[in-house]
Design a protein around this ligand. Sequence first.
Ligand SMILES: Cc1cc2nc3c(=O)[nH]c(=O)nc-3n(C[C@H](O)[C@H](O)[C@H](O)COP(=O)(O)OP(=O)(O)OC[C@H]3O[C@@H](n4cnc5c(N)ncnc54)[C@H](O)[C@@H]3O)c2cc1C
Length: 451
Amino acid sequence: MEKKLGKRAVILGGSVAGLFAASAVEKSFDEVVIVDRDRLVGVREARRGAPQARHINGLLARGARAMEDLFPEITAEMVTAGCPITDLAGTVRWYFGPQPLRQTRAGLTNVAATRPILEFHLRERVQAMPGVRFLESHDITGVEATPDRSRVIGARVQPRNKDSAEQVLEADLVIDASGRGSRAAMWLESLGCGTVPEEQEGTRIGLGYGTRHYRMGATDPFGKDHSIVSVANPMLPRGAIFTKTDGGKLELTTYGILGDHPPTDVEGFNAFVKTLAAQEIYPAIVDAEPLDEPVLYKFPTTMWRRFDQLPSLPDGLLLIGDAVCTPNPVFAQAQTLAALEALKLRDHLTDGSIPRAVDYQRDVAAIIKPAWDMTTAINLTFPGVEGHRPPAMKLLQRYMMKVTQAATLDASITEAFMRAAGLVDPLESLLRPGMVWRVLRTSRVAARLAG
Ligand SMILES: Cc1cc2nc3c(=O)[nH]c(=O)nc-3n(C[C@H](O)[C@H](O)[C@H](O)COP(=O)(O)OP(=O)(O)OC[C@H]3O[C@@H](n4cnc5c(N)ncnc54)[C@H](O)[C@@H]3O)c2cc1C
C-alpha cells in the first residue's frame, strides 16, 4: 500500500496528458478529480475540446513504452480491440526524398489507433481506478491560492450550464493538463510570478494538416507495410502520413508548411496528395471508399512556455503536456513528452513527496529540451521559417540530410535514426565516430546512385 500524500488531486483537462497524469497520481491521493469542459466517459469520437483528434496522432517508440509503463498491458488490450501494431523501422515506409528508407525490424513497436480510440482506451483504464472521478461539462475558470500566494490550494470550476455557480475544488495538488489554451501563464502572472517567457526561434511554421479517412479499395499501396510516411523537406515542403488504423480504416493526414495547406475540397485535396514524394498514395485514395470529408487544422506556431525559467512558482500547481509545450506535430513528440512527464511525476510521488513546482518544471524542461532542439533544427531547414541558424545547427542539418540519404541503402542507419527520432536514444547516438563514418560513406554512394 503506497503512502498517501494528500486527500485530493485535481487534474485540469481529461485529454491524453490529463489521463497520463491520472495514472501517475492515483495511488498517492484519496481522491483524484479530472475536470473537463467536454463529456468524456464512453466517448469514442473526436471532441470539441480536442479538435486535433480528427487528425493523425501517433506515439513515438519511447512514448509507446512510457504509455505501457503507466497503463500495463494497454497495448495488448488495444490490439485485442482491433488496433494494428506497427514497427517504426520495419513496417513504416519512410520517404525523405524520392527513395524510401531501407527497413529493418528493430523492436520499435507501437500500437496504431485513431486519436479518439487511443483516448477511449486510456479513459476506460483511468475510470476503473478506485478514487478517480471525472467532472465533465465543467469549465476551468482559475486556481485558488493562499493569501501569501505561495501555494495553490484548489481550482475554480463552473458547470457549463451557466445558471450554476462557480465552485472551488480544494486540492493538495492541482495539475494543469488543459492543453495549449491553458490559462496558467495568466494565473501565475496574477500570483506575482511575472511573465512566462516563450521560445521564439524557429516557431512560426505556418503548418496546415488536412485529414480524411477511407476504407481500402482495389489498390493496396501498403503491401507488407503498415504505414507510408512522406516527410516534408526544403525541396518538397509537403508531407503525409497514410496508415492502417483501428476498425480496418485508413487514415491519411497530409500537410504543408508556411501557408501551403491542403485544400478541403476533394479535388484540391487529391491534387495536393498527387504532389507528394510517396507517389503510391494518390492512386490508392482515388480508388478507396472515403468515410468522411477532408478537414483542416491550422497550426501557425510551435510553442514552449518556459515555466522553468520563472524565478519562483507557487507550490501545489504543476503543469504538464501541451500546456507547457506543443512542438511541431509532424514529429509526433507531444504525447510522448506528456507520458515521460507523467512518469517523472510518479517517480517524485513514489519517492514520498509532492515535488516543489520549480523542481518539477525544471524536470519537465529537461524532458522537452532534446526533442524541442531536434525538431526546431528541422523547422529551420526550411528557408522561410524565421530564426537564428548558428553554424553548429547548419552542420547538424546537413549531416541529418546525409543520415536520411544513407538510410535509403543501409538498414542499420534507418534503425539508429528511428531510435533517435523516436526518443529512445539521444541524438548524440548518431554522432558517434563509427556512425558518422558509415553515414558519410553510404550517403556518397546514395548520391551517386541518385545521379
Ligand atoms: C494537428 C495536430 C496533430 C498532432 N499530432 C500528434 C502526433 O502525431 N503525436 C503526438 O504525440 N502528438 C500530436 N499532437 C499533439 C497531441 O494532440 C497532444 O500532445 C495531446 O493531445 C496531449 O495534449 P494535452 O492532453 O496536453 O492537451 P489537449 O489534448 O489539448 O487537451 C486539453 C483538454 O483540456 C480541456 N480544456 C481545455 N481548456 C479547458 C477549460 N477552460 N475548461 C475545461 N476544460 C478545458 C479540453 O477539453 C481537453 O480535453 C498533435 C497536435 C495537433 C494540433
